[in-house]
Design a protein around this ligand. Structure first.
Ligand code: ADP
Ligand code: MG
Ligand code: MG
Length: 890
């Protein structure tokens, strides 16, 4: 018989933290905590393998499993001294999902199972606490009804809310047993109405159906969607485990409670516990946002509502457990607990989700505390998440109009139009930046939250669903906004002082301060925290790859250097032409009907180019500066407006019909594969010559005025054959020689080429002797290897991902199998033909952590990415180095 069930708890504990594959995260950690001697209500875990059995058995439980289940319940009864279905000493259990990788709030949990009319009455008598007994029963029907019977939970909530309104009940725990009984009656009627059947009274049936519902929730669309957006891979998803655990009750009176605690601040990483709890409450009450919870730590005001003040003994006990668990796991923990009549129980611990700011601070603090090494700290940080730290905050000196404020649940600022439903969010996000405003969020809102730039909820605390999910996604979020009334149906909200904001109005939220502002606001650049600087320095001291940036403006170049770039790996000269004052000249140059007219345009363009280059040379100092000669797909520059064409005709001294004719001749069916790159240099050598002259003149001026000896790298794009390179190189060298003679000065210049066409990669041995370096243009290399135009993937990429032809977008992460093969081939052949050759990459992939891993292993010298991604690339490069040395040691 296949072992499908593992016990945990003080009497029989069969698991530990290393068994996440079999027991899932929650089950493995419950067993581990039991091993540590912590107060864990006993229970058992149904192994993750059951999930697969279940699905392969036509979504039915197997007989073998049912036998093991009965035996496990027997054992639990013996251990707890309570009996499932007994009217004198009933055992109630929770049925909890728990996959290997935590998916907070994504899957289902059923509480208080093992109850029916008879047992509820009995429980009321035994405990002498009818409110407690019927509260359990009410909660059970509500959860069982929604999870197992699939009755929407808002229907239950509607009934409950009506009673609360009619009887003036403001707090759940004030509902009297009499009213609870009426609610239970209504709930049962509702179940009958929806299912055509009475509520299940057979407890074994309840248990089996609950287990099946949890197994089914694994394949629910929201769980699938969660795995998709969190990139949880196939090999990591074994299915969910199911934990059946004896209940402890936080709803037994005023010395009972339930709560959530983080061992450090999940928002900013401060080393101070952070948590929330509710007296006389159960399970999801804290996170659901139905009641706004109380703090665990007493605040400065000492208003007597904190756990520290109300339950000091349990508070101290909890603090010790926090320290113990954090030390044991070597990471910040997120812990769920319940207090039943003064006794503390721990129900869950896991490595806590945290904002990027917190992740960085905690990693650095833990190195300083001796818990982690620098390398381990770097491996803890998801480079992609650092994006959050590189973006903006709000400039409050402009005195923006703050209309409300709430909890700063997830940092960062966002501006957009207000929407009130996840559907509107999805719909409108195609053309707008949207801010999703809700009373509270639930897992159904995930897709809407994902497309939103920011999230606001009227209710809920720092551990509410909205806050946790937003932090995970890196969306700014403000929760628990006092006085905010959200009318989701009529699509508006009002603030405490009566401001009304409708769907479509523009607002800004600041998830770092909790402020909500009407309209657009001036944003400010991010400030790096000292811990972030520390992490980046550690990364630099470890990584092998150099990180450069792609930049062609002074602003970008300065930003790149501030973010730690050690040079420019790609300056696209055609981008410098997009300025309003240059574009007409570029058009003139391209469309000119003869050499003489082209030279006229070139002569006007040259001083402008020189000025641009001068500015960049002086910003860069002696850092390498890689300038790519003109590589314009022509269509980006040709005029389309009649007015522009007429102007051009005047300048070129031809009738407009000639311009129309030239445009007709220049028209290309596929400009990305047309007259661009070095092909332009072959046809019109005067263009490249002008550029080289402008560059050298700038270099000379910066040298003679500022004494800067620049390091220029001149790059020739879109080579497919070494003969193209030979011709252009000779031409460039000739110009350089002439200018060196003219200035009586020897410049530092390297000449390189892009490897961005398969033919260039394959014939790299012929190209290599002609140049000092290769720079891989992996955008074009991907386009031409796949034969897919990057700008036209939109119409089928979705289908390709869906049908698993692509596991990822090859323009986001490099396709290692083919594009990577070409890169490796070019490196191998290039090195063999020229051992001084150096290698870089300058496509979008250069800022993608997964691709960086590939480039590190391929042995490149540098990657060059957009300025904002430089810090991400620095950390990613260090992680790649750490991982590769870990593997090579073992
Ligand atoms: P999730 O994975 O969504 O966090 P859980 O299985 O942790 O779901 O259950 C949610 C909450 O239900 C827990 O935080 C806890 O408060 C409550 N709960 C679960 N099992 C028990 C139990 N045996 N006794 C008391 N409360 C429980
Ligand atoms: Mg939980
Ligand atoms: Mg290119």
């Amino acid at each position: 018989m296949n072992k499908l069930i593992y016990h945990f708890g003080p009497w029989n504990n069969e698991g530990n933290a290393t068994m996440k594959d079999i027991l899932g995260g929650k089950g493995a950690n419950l067993a581990e905590m039991s091993n540590l001697g912590l107060p864990i209500p006993p229970g058992f875990t149904i192994a993750t393998t059951m999930c697969a059995h279940y699905y392969s058995n036509g979504s039915k439980l197997t007989a073998d499993f049912e036998k093991q289940l009965l035996a496990a319940i027997k054992e639990l009864e013996q251990n707890t001294g309570k009996i499932f279905g007994s009217v004198t000493n009933p055992l109630l259990v929770s049925v909890r999902s728990g996959a290997k990788i935590s998916m907070p709030g994504m899957m289902d949990t059923i509480l208080n199972l093992g109850i029916n009319d008879e047992i509820a009455d009995a429980l009321a008598k035994i405990t002498n606490n009818p409110r407690f007994a019927y509260d359990n029963y009410r909660r059970f029907i509500e959860i069982y009804g929604s999870v197992v019977l699939e009755i929407p939970s808002y229907v239950f909530e509607g009934i409950y809310d009506n009673y609360k309104i009619n009887h003036n009940i403001s707090n759940d725990s004030e509902t009297s047993p009499e009213i609870l009984k009426l609610i239970i009656n209504d709930y049962k009627k509702l179940v009958h109405k929806f299912t055509g059947q009475e509520l299940e009274t057979d407890l074994n049936q309840q248990l089996k159906k609950a287990i099946e519902a949890v197994l089914k929730s694994w394949m629910s669309s929201r769980a699938i969607h969660y795995r998709k957006i969190n990139n949880i891979n196939k090999q990591d998803v074994l299915g969910t485990a199911v934990n059946v655990q004896s209940m402890v009750f936080g709803n037994k009176g005023n010395n009972s409670a339930t709560g959530v605690i983080f061992t450090r601040s999940p928002a900013n990483g401060e080393k101070k516990i952070f948590g929330e709890f509710l007296v006389n409450a159960q399970g999801e009450d804290v996170v659901s946002g139905i009641r706004t919870p109380n703090p665990i730590l007493a605040n400065d005001k000492k208003d007597g509502t904190s756990m520290q003040e109300l339950m000091p003994k349990n508070y101290e006990e909890l603090l010790l457990i926090c320290a113990k668990l954090e030390g044991h796991y070597g990471d910040m923990q997120d812990i769920e607990f319940t207090i039943e009549e003064g006794s503390l129980y721990i129900l869950q611990t896991r490595n806590a989700k945290r904002s990027a700011m917190a992740a960085v601070k905690i990693a650095v603090d833990m190195v300083n505390e001796g818990i982690l090494t620098k390398e381990e700290a770097l491996l803890r940080i998801d480079p992609e998440s650092l994006n959050q730290l590189l973006h903006t905050g709000i400039d409050y000196s402009t005195k923006p109009e703050i209309i409300a404020s709430g909890l700063a649940a997830s940092p960062g600022a966002a501006t957009g139009i207000v929407v009130f439903s996840p559907y509107d969010a999805e719909e409108l996000s195609h053309h707008h930046k949207v801010i999703l405003v809700r009373n509270d969020t639930s897992p159904e809102d995930i897709k809407g939250m994902h497309v939103a730039k920011g999230i606001i909820t009227a209710r809920g605390g720092m551990t509410s669903h909205a806050a946790v999910v937003a932090r995970g996604m890196g969306r700014p979020c403000v929760c628990g906004v006092k006085g905010l009334t959200v009318n989701e149906k009529d699509k508006y909200f009002t603030t405490s002082d009566g401001q009304k904001i409708k769907q479509g109005d523009i607002i800004t939220l600041d998830g770092s301060t909790g402020k909500i502002i009407v309209g657009m606001v001036k944003l400010i650049e991010p400030q790096f925290s000292p811990e972030f600087e520390t992490i980046l320095q550690w990364a630099d001291s470890i990584k092998r790859l150099q990180i450069r940036a792609n930049a062609e403006t002074a602003i970008d170049a300065k930003m790149a250097i501030k973010f730690g770039a050690v040079g420019i790996g790609l300056c696209r000269t055609e981008h410098m032409f997009f300025d309003a004052n240059k574009i007409p000249l570029v058009r003139e140059m391209i469309i000119a009907q003869d050499y003489e007219h082209r030279m006229k345009a070139i002569d006007k363009l040259k001083p402008l180019q020189t000025a641009d280059f001068k500015e960049l040379f002086s910003i860069l100092g002696t850092m390498p500066f890689n300038i790519r000669l003109l590589d314009p797909p022509l269509h980006e520059f040709l005029p389309t407006l009649e007015q522009d064409k007429e102007n051009l005709a005047k300048i070129l001294e031809v009738p407009k019909s000639v311009i129309d004719h030239r445009l007709h001749v220049l028209h290309e069916t596929n400009p990305m594969l047309g007259h661009r790159g070095c092909r332009l240099g072959i046809s019109y050598p005067e263009i490249y010559n002008m550029q080289v002259e402008a560059i050298l003149q700038a270099m000379w001026e910066v040298y003679s005025k500022q004494a800067i000896r620049s390091n220029l790298e001149l790059m020739i794009p879109l080579i497919s054959d070494f003969r193209e390179l030979e011709i252009i190189k000779n031409m460039i060298i000739k110009t350089i020689n002439e200018l060196e003679e003219k200035y009586s000065h020897k410049f530092n210049i390297k000449i390189g080429t892009m490897i961005e066409l398969p033919r260039a990669a394959i014939t790299a041995d012929k190209i290599a002797p002609l140049v000092d370096y290769f720079s891989f243009g992996t955008n074009d290399l991907t386009q031409t290897t796949f034969g897919i135009s990057r700008d036209d993937t939109g119409s089928f990429l979705g289908d390709y991902m869906e049908q698993k032809i692509f596991t990822h977008d090859p323009f986001v992460s490099i396709d290692q199998e083919a594009v990577g093969f070409l890169v490796n081939t070019a490196i191998k052949k290039g090195k063999a033909a020229n051992d001084a050759l150096t290698f870089g990459v300058c496509g979008e992939h250069a800022g993608d952590p997964e691709s960086i891993d590939f480039f590190h292993n391929a042995g490149l010298d540098y990657v060059s990415c957009s300025p904002f991604r430089v810090p991400i690339a620095r950390v990613a490069a260090a992680r790649s180095k750490i991982r590769s040395s870990l593997y090579s040691r073992s």
